[in-house]
Every structure is written in C-alpha cells, then in structure tokens.
Design a protein around this ligand. Sequence first.
Ligand code: FES
Length: 135
Amino acid sequence: MCERPISVDDDAAGSAGFGRTPVWNLDRLRAETIVRVHVAGLDLLLIWNDGDAVACDRACPHEQADLALGEVRGGRLFCPRHAASFDLRDGAINPGWPSPPLRLYPLRITGEQICVEVRERQARRHTPVLPDESE
Ligand code: FES
C-alpha cells in the first residue's frame, strides 16, 4: 500500500490506519539520517544506518528522551540524555542499562518510498508525546 507519497506534515500520516503506510522518501532519509514520522498515531523515527533504513520508537525506552536528538554511529543509536546506545539491528541496549530494548518496526522500500508496518496492538499502546524541539 505504497500508492502515494506523504510526508510527516500530511495529517493523513497520523491516521492512515494500520499496515504498510508510506511515510518518507528514501533520498531524503539518506540526506537527513534521522527523521521523525507519525504512523498510525505513533511517534517514530526513520534512521539511515550503514546503507539501510531502520524504523524505531522516537522515545528512549530508558527514560523517554527524544531519540531524534541522538546520534547514529557504528550501527548504534546513542541517546542524547544518558548516552546509552541501541543496536539498530535488533534494538538491544548496551550492557548495564536497566531498560528494555528499543522497539523496531518492519519496513519496506518500494521505489523511493519507505513504508512502515505498524500493527493495531502497537498503535493502541500508550506512547509519550514528545515536544517538537526543532521548532
Ligand atoms: S533516557 Fe535514554 S538512556 Fe536514559
């Protein structure tokens, strides 16, 4: 269901329902490395990592810092608050942190469109709303 391109500014992105939803352009992700997107009411990030795209929660699973302000290095996403890092292959946090892994989401690339799969159960769970700190 990657029929039409939408961006994070498109209201339809937040209410597009469940399943595979086009959320971002691959070239833009390559240029920006970390972008915020809303999929089925969830606050997510798309990350360009070592030639591959990754989708994950925007809130750090430790204390909900905004991972959009983090840094990608060596296949890991570093949290800006306490500097824990998450493996972008499976979401695992580095050893010694009392935190669950970072939740990753399946995605599919069709042409230049990135589609993220969010299941209904994931969309219904409570996620903290993070302020837009870039504005
Ligand atoms: S809030 Fe991210 S490591 Fe603590």
